[in-house]
Design a protein around this ligand. Structure first.
Ligand code: DGL
Length: 268
């Protein structure tokens, strides 16, 4: 058994949509979450900048005893993960996990992907899907308005529906049966997105898939699970604790204010 923590990081709040599923599914595990709120958004920045940020994020996570790290940010998984030096523990990205899940889920081999501009430009989903099954057609759409909508709390109102429609309309004639929510902010728009695509399209939620994936990793013995006990959760941010705690508590459905601390990410 291995009581070291599972590290999770994102550019901000979005990764909490992954944390939610992880803490539910693995009550014994310790988790350390970092949200780089001072430098958000990552999704519109250059590859070089994101790699620099992600190296800092990893250096901070490294100050804890971790046994695995989840990159709970589509953008960081797309452009920085392949460039990271080899770590002493496994590092998994939500892009790779979600792409694999979508390939297993599709029946007609037509998959839509919605994500940030940088993720779509990197073609990370197409690459991974082609490695899994070269017969799958992929339809990527960059959705730059969706992260600001979520960050401003528009998740189930008219504005959210308009924003989602702007992008989903581009997929209507593609006959997709599976749609990857390729950014960790998007599961918060799940209801609106499902309505826009219709019930015939299955949504691939990175949080749900990551929890399934981590379960397989822990069961396979590749990484040992923690002993039977109640795990601890720590949250760190690089900007205001207050904003993160308020939205974070809503997203996780429990008050995390006491567990959130601010750090100076420029030191890492
Ligand atoms: N959560 C990030 C992602 O999954 C998007 C937010 C950002 O642009 O920083 O790509």
């Amino acid at each position: 058994l291995d009581n070291r923590s599972i590290g999770v990081f994102d550019s901000g709040l979005g990764g909490l949509s992954v944390m939610r599923h992880l803490i539910d599914r693995f009550p014994n595990e310790n988790f350390v979450y970092f949200g780089d709120t001072a430098r958000l958004p990552y999704g519109t920045r250059s590859k070089e900048t994101i790699i620099k940020y992600v190296k800092g994020d990893m250096a901070f996570i490294d100050t804890f005893q971790v046994k695995m790290v989840i990159v709970a940010c589509g953008t960081a998984s797309s452009v920085a993960l392949p460039q990271l030096p080899k770590q002493l523990y496994p590092v998994y990205g939500i892009v790779q996990v979600s792409a694999d899940a979508a390939v297993s889920a599709t029946r007609n081999k037509k998959i839509g992907v919605i994500a940030t501009e940088t993720t779509i430009k990197s073609a990370s989903f197409e690459q991974r899907i082609a490695e899994d099954d070269s017969g799958v057609e992929v339809y990527p759409v960059a959705c730059p308005l969706l992260v600001p909508l979520v960050e401003n709390g528009c998740i189930d109102d008219e504005l959210a529906a308009l924003g989602v429609e702007k992008y989903i309309s581009q997929l209507r004639d593609k006959d997709i049966d599976t749609l990857i929510l390729g950014c960790t902010h998007y599961p918060l728009l799940r209801g609106v997105i499902q309505k826009a695509v219709g019930n015939g399209v299955q949504l691939i939620d990175p949080g749900v898939e990551t929890a399934r994936f981590v379960e397989r990793v822990l069961q396979s013995g590749e990484v040992e699970p923690a002993e039977e006990r109640r795990g601890e959760h720590q949250y760190f941010v690089s900007d205001s604790v207050y904003n993160f705690s308020a939205m974070g508590s809503l997203l996780l459905g429990k008050d995390i204010a006491k567990q959130v601390r601010k750090i100076d990410i420029e030191r890492y």
